[in-house]
Write a protein that binds this ligand. Structure first.
Ligand SMILES: [Zn+2]
Length: 117
């Protein structure tokens, strides 16, 4: 179980997933946001606060919503448009000690969509 909180505390999530790794992506959006992704199933994420305190940004292909806190601006998560079975929480919102043991993998989201290791 991980807990994620944006800087101002408006958005709070509990994540029941045990991810095998965290992901850094170099796509045009992720590299700008600097997010560290914890991928999971939407059913594994519970918003304990602020489920309606984020604003979504849809990039070109409109397949996912990139959310940020409307108060402090932190990137909080992305979720699928419609009924998808994958989402990701920004692990930068989790206590660093809680994720210290997790491997970090680099995803080439800009070109091949393969992991670079
Ligand atoms: Zn906030």
């Amino acid at each position: 179980m991980f807990e994620a909180t944006c800087h101002c505390g408006a958005v709070r999530m509990k994540i029941a997933a045990q991810p095998p790794w965290l992901t850094l992506c170099n796509c045009s959006l992720c590299r700008r946001l600097g997010a560290l992704w914890l991928h999971c199933h939407p059913a594994e994420v519970e918003f304990t606060a602020g489920a309606d305190a984020t604003k979504a940004y849809l990039q070109g292909d409109r397949t996912l919503e990139m959310h940020h806190c409307t108060t402090c601006g932190c990137t909080t998560h992305w979720s699928p448009v419609g009924n998808g079975d994958r989402m990701a929480v920004n692990a930068r919102l989790i206590d660093p000690e809680a994720i210290a043991g997790l491997r970090v993998r680099h995803l080439d989201g800009a070109e091949t969509f393969a992991y670079l290791d």
